[in-house]
Design a protein around this ligand. Structure first.
Ligand code: GRF
Length: 216
């Protein structure tokens, strides 16, 4: 089975991108990060990708550019790299329906909450304010519904009384760096696919996402 070709799309630090690339290089993920694309010139992840010799591109929105036009340019950059999967990793723009349709079944995201709870921004703060005892991150297929596509794998932690927004951000990111490569490996091995109604693992409908618990 040939190695899966991944495009990783970022807006920031790119720590998930680095964890995915590490997993590829260490043999835990049967794939290669063949390009990294950012919408922001100041995304540190671009320089990290360059330092590793990964082809990296800035696709910056122009002033007043419509989402559809931007997404067409982003899609063209991805298509030029001939990839199997498009991996959103800290990409902070909402995608157009056409973009989601073009890459349906091949488009993934990681979100810092136990989806379907706490879609959107500031998840750590909202989790603390709500007095939750559990939190974590979720890898999911991307559909037109924001943070709403079929869920694949969740990493769960138990909040400690001393947790604040910053500690949760740190703890959840460590989880992300484990579960994103793990979910991608299922895809790369052809074990996982998106269906119209959800996801299928080893030929069985994934009724609930896979779950890993972490105590760090
Ligand atoms: C991650 O925490 C991810 O859940 C969220 O954005 C963050 C990106 O971090 N969507 P990084 O750029 O991968 O370091």
């Amino acid at each position: 089975m040939s190695r899966a070709r991944l495009a990783v799309i970022i807006s920031g630090a790119g720590s998930n991108m680095l964890a995915i690339d590490d997993a590829c290089r260490q043999g835990a993920l049967h794939a290669d990060v063949v390009c990294v694309i950012s919408n922001r010139a100041d995304a540190a992840g671009l320089a990290h990708a360059a330092a590793r010799g990964i082809p990296n591109y800035l696709v910056a929105p122009t002033a007043g550019e419509l989402r559809e036009s931007y997404d067409e340019r982003l899609a063209a950059a991805i298509q030029a790299a001939t990839v199997d999967y498009v991996v959103l990793a800290g990409y902070m723009r909402i995608l157009s329906h056409d973009f989601v349709r073009e890459f349906a079944g091949r488009l993934l995201n990681i979100h810092p909450s136990l989806l379907p709870a706490y879609k959107g921004l500031h998840t750590h703060r909202r989790v603390i304010e709500a007095g939750e005892t559990q939190h974590g991150a979720t890898v999911h297929f991307v559909t037109a519904e924001l943070d709403g596509g079929p869920r694949i794998l969740r990493g769960v932690l138990t909040l400690s009384p001393t947790d604040d927004e910053e500690s949760l951000q740190r703890r959840v990111q460590r989880i992300e760096h484990v579960i994103y490569p793990e979910a991608l490996e299922l895809l790369a091995r052809g074990r996982l696919r998106q269906l119209d109604t959800g996801a299928e693992l080893d030929g069985q409908t994934l009724v609930e996402p896979l779950e890993r618990r972490f105590d760090f």
